[in-house]
Design a protein around this ligand. Structure first.
Ligand SMILES: Nc1ncnc2c1ncn2[C@@H]1O[C@H](COP(=O)(O)OP(=O)(O)OP(=O)(O)O)[C@@H](O)[C@H]1O
Ligand SMILES: [Mg+2]
Length: 659
């Protein structure tokens, strides 16, 4: 008995991602050989070092899941199966024509009774030959037409299923909790959408169309063979269990490999997308070679894994394919013996051999499509993994829709403690804060204190770990999250603009806005000034396909976006940090107008912005250390006053004449 692998053996700790693909592949092969490959899915996007959840879906569960996906297409599937049945059954007729010709046309025997009296013309062998051939041609043509129609229809449905699955994955992925989205990474999601979503559509053939045809052909030719000679049939039937059992043994090895390869592809896609998104950093630090090397190593590993899987696939196929000639030879020997003994006719033997091939052909089809099938199943497996992940704050039937007009906008933190998922120390502890509707709150404090985290909780990007955040006295968790976000406006330091026109980017918050409203918002945000200087004004295309904007210009667009949204709650996280003093002063005014009548959380460094707030909150190390107005806090002393004094000191220092 082999001793169980000791815990610190090489196979237990995978080589790091920076190791050569050879080392990593050796480790992988070891896992395959010892059957330690994860059978089920680890969560998407997580590094290999994380503990795999080890969820296992059997082929049967996957098949059921696919059938559930097919439910909307019930009628179409029925027609596909019906056409495949008819085409396959018709396809079984022509070999009978062969027997007819050999036994009655060529060997000179007379036709059996019902045929002779009904078609006396066929007594002439030439006519019989011609009639049979014409009949075979017509039957074959009909079969081809029906078969093609079914195949076309199945292709059409498989595309619809792909669409359907991709839509569901997309809808689900955009509603995952933010930290999960960051873990999966944008390129990885693209990979799941494209590769795995596509694979699910292919199951239409791998699981429905091809197997069904094979089964019909199998049953049909078996029935005919049994009718010709049941003893010959037993020989053929012995083959089936052999195929069945080798198939099962082999599948348990092959699908986990496909899963790993697909996951590897997800990671490669994510890495490549990231390299290009961060191209400025890559160039700035001359990391092009390193990035290329990483990409190549990962691809190398995947190629090795794919080639390895190829051997597994072809190995079993070879065994099955060898079975076919061996079986035919054996039956030819037995059948020829029977003919010599006068038990059956030459036509019977010919027909038998043809049907035997027709019996084995679907098996061969199943074998060769089985690998593709396993690959597609592993794609479905990964899609299901993603769909199984909990959405961000699912709507419960009791959740209340937020009514824009009825909401006043008072925010209260009631003993809130919050730790980021995966983070150990809480980013916020025991935060209590009352903000009245319409107030402007300035959040100040050192870097990493928790200011952005606090505003993230207001925006409900996360729910508190303990305690509650209340809007108008009601827990935020009681509200429907999407309708809540509709009353929210956010401007952050990193402005994300979509590829499209300026007008489209401003009206991202409100798709029904008119050109006039967009203009007015741009003017309020002091953006109209630079927009008018662009070649096409509001219709100028920005982003990947068009002009580039400066940091300050982007920020003004983001402010215009918030203006247009007309939010009840406003979050400005370093929203003016990219602006020079002149533009900031211009925007200060527009922001002041914007903040009027809205509850606003402002994170800023400039004293002028902070001092005008209704309430100043000093955050230090995840706790609120001081709250009050500028005057109160200056009188109180402490962190706030020292910060203010320091800033004044620095400003004066920089204004003092040099030397
Ligand atoms: N997504 C995240 N996952 C885990 N930890 C996070 C995450 N974002 C922030 N943190 C941690 O939470 C703490 C507070 O971060 P936060 O972004 O709120 O600081 P901040 O006050 O906004 O700082 P800054 O002025 O630099 O923007 C930090 O220690 C940070 O490491
Ligand atoms: Mg911050």
């Amino acid at each position: 008995m082999p001793s169980p692998p000791s815990h610190d053996s090489a196979s237990d700790s995978p080589p790091p991602n920076t190791a050569t693909s050879r080392t990593r592949f050796d480790h992988y092969r070891e896992l395959v050989r010892t059957k330690q490959l994860p059978k089920g899915g680890g969560p998407h996007g997580e590094g290999r070092n994380r503990e795999e959840k080890g969820r296992v879906r059997s082929a049967r569960q996957l098949a059921w899941a696919f059938i559930r996906l097919l439910r909307p297409f019930r009628l179409q599937v029925f027609w596909i199966l019906a056409s495949a049945t008819i085409a396959t059954l018709i396809g079984l007729l022509p070999p009978a024509g062969t027997k007819f010709i050999i036994d009655y046309g060529l060997s000179g025997r007379t036709l059996p009774e019902p045929w002779r009296s009904r078609f006396p013309q066929l007594a002439d062998p030439h006519r019989l030959l011609l009639a049979t051939v014409v009949a075979v041609v017509i039957v074959s043509l009909v079969k081809i037409v029906i078969y093609l129609w079914g195949r076309w229809y199945a292709t059409k449905i498989s595309k619809q299923i792909q669409l359907n699955v991709r839509q569901r994955v997309f809808e689900h992925a955009v509603r995952l909790p933010l930290h999960r989205v960051q873990q999966i990474r944008s390129g990885g999601v693209a990979s799941i959408l494209r590769e795995d979503g596509g694979a699910v559509g292919e199951l239409m053939f791998g699981m429905i169309f091809n197997p069904w045809r094979a089964v019909i052909q199998l049953v049909g030719s078996l029935a005919i063979l049994a009718w010709v000679d049941w003893k010959l049939l037993t020989g053929a039937v012995i083959l089936l269990p052999v195929v069945f059992f080798t198939h099962r043994a082999w599948i348990s090895n092959i699908r986990p490999q496909f899963r790993v390869i697909r996951k590897q592809r997800e990671q490669i896609d994510a890495g490549a997308a990231e390299s290009f998104a961060g191209m400025r950093v890559v160039r700035a630090f001359s990391r092009q070679r390193r990035e290329t090397a990483r990409f190549v190593t990962d691809n190398n590993l995947m190629a090795r894994q794919e080639l390895y899987a190829w051997w597994w696939m072809r190995g079993i196929e070879m065994v099955w394919e060898a079975l076919i000639p061996i079986a035919s030879a054996a039956l030819l020997f037995y059948g020829g013996w029977q003919v010599l003994a006068g038990q059956i006719t030459v036509g019977d033997l010919m027909m038998f051999l043809v049907y035997l091939l027709m019996l084995l052909e679907p098996l061969a089809t199943l074998v060769s499509s089985a690998t593709q099938f396993q690959n597609s199943l592993s794609g479905l497996d990964r899609v299901l993994d993603l769909l199984d992940e909990a959405r961000e704050m699912p709507a419960s039937p009791n959740s209340i829709k937020v009514d824009h007009r009825a909401i006043a906008g008072a925010i209260e933190f009631d003993n809130v403690t919050f730790a980021y998922p995966g983070g150990e120390a809480p980013a916020l502890s025991d935060v209590n804060l009352k903000v009245q509707a319409g107030q402007t709150v300035a959040l100040v404090g050192p870097s990493g204190a928790g200011k952005t985290t606090l505003s993230n909780l207001v925006a409900r990007f996360y729910d508190p770990t303990a305690g509650r955040v209340l809007l108008d006295g009601r827990d935020l968790r009681d509200y429907d999250v999407e309708s809540f976000r509709a009353i929210l406006g956010i401007v952050e330091q990193d402005v994300f603009l979509f590829d499209g026109t300026i007008a489209a980017n401003i009206s991202y918050s409100r798709r029904d806005a008119t050109e006039g409203e967009i203009r007015a918002a741009a003017e309020t945000a002091n953006a109209a000034e630079f927009i008018d200087r662009l070649p096409d004004g509001l219709q100028t295309v920005i982003g990947e396909r068009g002009v580039r904007l400066s940091g300050g210009q982007r920020q003004r667009l983001a402010i215009a976006r918030a203006v247009l949204a007309d939010p009840k709650l406003l979050i400005l996280d370093e929203a003016t940090s990219n602006l020079d003093t002149d533009s900031e002063q211009l925007i200060q005014q527009s922001l002041a107008t914007l903040m009027q009548g809205r509850t606003s959380f402002v994170i800023a460094h400039r004293l002028s912005t902070i001092a005008g707030a209704d309430l100043i909150v000093v955050v230090e190390g995840g706790r609120i250390s001081q709250t009050g107005t500028h005057a109160e806090l200056m009188a109180q002393g402490g962190k706030y006053r020292s910060m203010v004094e320091q800033q004044i000191h620095m400003t004066l220092g920089s204004m003092a004449p040099g030397g």
